[in-house]
Design a protein around this ligand. Structure first.
Ligand SMILES: *Cc1c(COP(=O)(O)O)cnc(C)c1O
Length: 354
């Protein structure tokens, strides 16, 4: 068994991969689902179910609309400000690392953009607070789980403005009040399928520009009105997302994964606090349950530990180039047994190297 800790694209349950293979090869009326018109009833049913299940798992209210788009996460960096910037308002960003920071840069193309808070000064080890709720906000942008630095918002920020969130790396992995958000999105390659699509949920109250004033492909209303079928969608990615969402529901929904993910995270962070050779990167109260970032106290041993881990079929734990060290991503499909194997290797490594 391979223990897949990759940050993204990331682990998908083996049973689902088999199911996907069967579905792709299975030729209803002699054709595969990915070689027929996206306007066919057969594909339309897949998209309907995908939307329906998304709403159900997230417990969305009637104000919130769902669409699946292309362009991955980064398209949202510009699509959000292009839809929602306003002349006499400001786009506010909470800078919690590369992802939020990259989004803030793109927003400057479309309107007045300011940093509301940042944790840059301590290397993004925590989720920053901010004092006043700005009155002139077009929206306040956050990234709920910072995949690179391993920090996570556990509380929904309180604001009277529209709250926007990049949930690419924790959607479907942790419980939240999703209706509190004006817009949130997740590229599908972490907990929601494979690469190629991006789920966007928008509160209708966000829209303030006349239709036709934003390019058709960029206007979220185009995709909402056409139920994610305005143009040819990434059909395979949609099929995968539906499989993954059905599996999430079968297991017990987000509540189930919230508990399972916290258990995996506490097993690993517990060891990181105990083990003499390693230390967790982020401040305790903001440590991500999805991506645990850690370093070796002595950098010299990092290469040895990677080699040792590789011998146990642990893959994907090399840290992001910004921080070095290690990152163990523990998405929904990663079993706790894999985390236990990692912990065992750390303990053995401490005995032999220490
Ligand atoms: C993975 C990830 C993305 C994905 O962006 P792509 O453009 O699809 O590569 C965006 N935001 C966060 C926080 C992520 O972890």
């Amino acid at each position: 068994m391979i223990h897949n800790f990759y940050a993204g694209p990331s682990i998908i349950s083996a049973a689902l991969l088999e199911e996907a293979a069967t579905q792709i090869i299975s030729r209803d009326e002699l054709l595969s689902v990915i070689e027929i018109s996206h306007r066919s009833k057969r594909f339309g049913d897949i998209v309907d179910e995908l939307h329906h299940l998304t709403r159900e798992l997230l417990a969305l209210n009637d104000d919130h609309e769902v669409c699946y788009l292309q362009g991955g996460g980064r398209q949202q960096f510009f699509q959000i400000p292009q839809n929602f910037s306003q002349v006499f308002k400001t786009n506010y960003y909470v800078d919690t690392g590369n992802w939020a920071n990259g989004a803030m840069k793109e927003a400057r193309f479309f309107g007045n953009t300011e940093e509301l808070a940042s944790s840059k000064e301590n290397g993004y080890r925590h989720i920053p607070n901010w004092k006043d709720d700005p009155e002139d906000a077009a929206y306040i942008y956050t990234c709920t789980n910072n995949t690179i630095y391993g920090t996570q918002f556990f509380e929904t920020p309180k604001t009277n403005s529209h709250l926007v969130a990049d949930m690419s790396s924790d959607l479907f992995g942790i419980s939240r009040d999703f209706n509190a958000y004006g817009l949130f999105y997740a590229a599908t390659q972490k907990n929601a399928g494979t690469a190629g699509a991006c789920l966007v949920v928008v509160d209708k109250k966000m829209f303030n520009k006349p239709e036709g004033s934003v390019p058709t492909m960029i206007d979220y209303r185009t995709h909402i009105n056409k139920k994610s079928l305005y143009n040819t969608p990434p059909v395979f990615a949609f099929v995968m997302s539906l499989l993954v969402l059905k599996w999430i529901k079968e297991k017990g929904g987000i509540t189930y994964f919230d508990a399972a993910n916290r258990e995996k995270a506490s097993l690993l962070y517990g060891e990181l606090e105990r083990n003499e050779l390693f230390e967790p990167y982020a401040n305790k109260e903001d440590r991500s349950v999805m991506n645990a970032v850690f370093t070796a106290k002595n950098e010299q041993i990092e290469k040895h530990f990677l080699d040792r881990a590789a011998k146990e079929n642990i893959v994907g734990i090399k840290g992001h180039r910004n921080i070095g060290g290690f990152r163990a991503s523990m998405y929904n499909a990663l079993p706790i047994e894999s985390v236990q194997v990692l912990v065992d290797v750390m303990q053995e490594f401490e005995r032999t190297q220490g």
